[in-house]
Design a protein around this ligand. Sequence first.
Ligand SMILES: *Cc1c(COP(=O)(O)O)cnc(C)c1O
Length: 455
Amino acid sequence: MKYLSTRNSNLDFSFFEILFQGLSKDGGLFLPHEWPSIDVNILKNKTYQEVALEVIHPYVFNEISINDLKKIIDESYQGFSHSKIAPVTAIDQNKYILELFYGPTFAFKDYALQFLGNLFKYALPKASKKLTVLGATSGDTGSAAIHAFRGKQDINVFILHPHNRVSDVQRRQMTTVQDDNIFNIAINGNFDDCQKIVKELFIDDELQQHTSLTAINSINWARLMAQVVYYFWAYLQIDEQEINFIVPSGNFGNVFSANVAKKMGLPVKHLHIATNENDILHSSINKGIMKKNIVKQTYSPSMDIQVSSNFERQLFESSGRNSEVIKDLFREFALQNSYILDRNILDDIKLVYTSSAVSDEQTLLTIKKVKEKYNYLADPHTSTGLNTLFDKDPGEPWVSLACAHPAKFGKAIEKSIGKPPIMPKDLSKLFDKEEKMTILDNNKKDLKSLILSKI
Ligand SMILES: *Cc1c(COP(=O)(O)O)cnc(C)c1O
């Protein structure tokens, strides 16, 4: 299996090349040259880990033997706290929830990042330099990455968060990890400042001479590949002819993984994209208008994104895999901050996707309604999906994704139902642990010296 870029379909990279590079130098995202297909019948009666092996192997078989891949997968999911890893619960006739919060940080990012951490551990001896993972976080990615890479040899992890601007649970999930290879940096600034410093360091030649920098925010194909698995897994649990999914979306990674499952042969009919008030995806799909607005802060912070990086992968597919079209499109989007999608691209997108945008008020109301009607407590991200689940045709199976545990977002829950969620033991334990972090001023120089002194 070889890989191309959405902005240069002539590229012919190996899996390990794209794993370490993350983002293509032409600005595009990596995708496989072709979609492997899987017969869903051979997956019946398999475990989550066995399904993962079947789904992932075709993408990596040139470089990783099936036995080694099996070990990587088994190691990645051994710490998950539910025997089914990603269980499906029925809340009503043909209405299901796929729960993805049984990893170490209680959000779905663990399903991909645990796997990524073990992939790097496996592949790193084959690379020449030590790896430095560098990223900025406002939500769940930072803690999932820290828990995926903690204690891994030859990998150092630097995660920036805006000082005093993340929730207590989110900060403690990062700062209470005591391993020597984990460095938490609180920047005196906002999330955009953190991201700016990270971007500047990625193009810093001096730093690149000392280490291989790897981005966790950059859209690594290996992450999406690991997410494809739970769509097959959900289908196997409900045993229907055809299935539909509702996916709370920010960077479009999760819902694109669902479409990859469809391309591989999973009988998916529709994919519904749920957004919050940051509704560029909804407007792109409904009206064909891709227009960048200012990011609004909402109760679902992990979806507070305006430019969804992975949407480029869908545009590439819907353009008939034409990298010239995609290059021109993003050149114009960068200049104008907006773009009107071509009719044929939009029609192709609409064959699979529908969308909705859910306000903060509706998000809280839905949490309350679902709690009262079904005695099910959803987090605010999950709630944006459940909001549409009720309007869907009861004659077809719809599976809505639960992307995080409600206890991670206690303030929003309390606002909605009048009392805080019950904290799982692993989360309440965080409040007894010692924290470790370095507070730095808002400039790249201080962080650069810190990194050079630690690696
Ligand atoms: C990251 C995240 C999302 C958005 O997923 P994308 O793949 O970026 O679309 C939604 N909900 C939660 C809880 C998340 O952590």
